[in-house]
Design a protein around this ligand. Structure first.
Ligand code: ZN
Length: 342
């Protein structure tokens, strides 16, 4: 972003939050859990850590864990407040988007659910929120938080839960009570690429924006959907990711973007730089800036372009991915759309 000079655009500001106070996190997370996170800040796992999902595995205890969680939460709360106060219409907090954290449990590298905290900030002011999550993993923690709330529409597109963590996000998960129809899941077959993803996205997401008419949108922009990501099996490219975000941006009256997953780091840098350009309405040259050459070496970039080269799927994978996506879209149209008079 710095090499492309998009951190100093005239209309943009870079802000750094102060760590969130415990009270701002306690609006969603349980007291016992927060005590555990605070105790883990030393880097030593407290005795009962495993009961809260902490320990060896995805959610290790490390020195400064609580400090990091407070900063991450603060970034998303600040993003929501900038929008609420009228200081910004679009905000991007790319250290946020930790969508797996549960009220009293760490999960999937996520300790505090900053996405939920940002949405709650809007809900306190009575705003209707559309949450759209394009990470390769199901946005289970956010869906869980608002499963019964018809004023928060959650949409998650992700690799199918029977193949990938966290094992949820099926079309049948549509919400509970008054919230039925307000949790939308579009699972995808491994190797789904941008050519399969974008038409499916288009058939599901814009109609729901139109029917729900949110006051504000929170988007989780994980890029572990990329074809070289080591943790997942989707096959998007940076162009497809960028196109999806362009659509979200066009459709959103106000927009808070959060980061998310992404484990091939050069992809993360390219995708989120591209995202920031979209949010600012700026077109970037494809060639990565010459001033970035030394860093490209250092971070082992395999490409010198912002965009990915074409990599068409073998026919059998394409057909399989298309067929699966078609069935999911049909199911959403059958079960969710009528609840929104679509
Ligand atoms: Zn992910």
């Amino acid at each position: 972003m710095q090499a492309y000079n998009v951190t100093t655009l005239p209309q943009a500001t870079v802000c750094a939050p102060e760590p969130a106070p415990e009270s701002a996190i306690a609006v969603y997370h349980g007291t016992d859990y927060l005590e555990m996170l605070k105790a883990a800040n030393s880097g030593q796992a407290p005795a009962a850590a495993a009961r809260f999902g902490l320990g060896p595995g995805d959610n290790p205890v490390f020195p400064g864990l609580w400090d990091a969680a407070r900063l991450c939460a603060a970034g998303s709360i600040m993003a929501a407040d900038l929008v609420l106060n009228g200081e910004a219409e679009r905000v991007f907090h790319f250290a946020g988007g930790l969508h797996h954290a549960m009220p009293s449990r760490a999960s999937g590298f996520c300790y505090v659910n900053d996405a939920v905290l940002a949405i709650l900030r809007f809900r306190e002011r009575g705003l209707r929120v559309l949450y759209v999550d394009i990470d390769a993993h199901h946005g289970d923690g956010v869906q869980h938080a608002f499963y019964g709330d018809p004023d928060v529409l959650t949409i998650s597109t992700h690799e199918r839960g029977d193949y990938l963590f966290p094992g949820t996000g099926f079309v049948e998960e549509t919400g509970s009570g008054a919230g039925v129809g307000y949790s939308v899941n579009l699972p995808l077959e491994p190797f789904t690429d941008s050519a399969v993803y974008l038409p499916a996205f288009e058939q599901v997401v814009p109609p729901l924006f139109g029917a729900f008419r949110p006051d504000v949108v929170v988007a989780q922009l994980g890029i572990d959907s990329h074809r070289t990501d080591p943790l997942t099996h989707l096959a998007l490219d940076i162009q497809g990711f960028t196109r999806a975000l362009s659509r979200i941006t066009e459709l959103s009256p106000k927009l808070v973007c959060l980061g998310g997953g992404g484990y091939d780091l050069p992809n993360v840098a390219r995708a989120w730089t591209s995202a920031w350009a979209v949010l600012n309405g700026v077109e970037l040259p494809a060639a990565l800036p010459a001033s970035f050459a030394a860093d490209m070496k250092r971070y082992e970039f395999l490409t010198d372009s912002l965009w990915d080269p074409p990599a068409p799927l073998p026919e059998h994978r394409l057909v399989r991915a298309q067929e699966f996506a078609r069935r999911q879209v049909d199911a959403i149209r059958r079960t969710i759309f009528p609840l929104h008079r679509l």
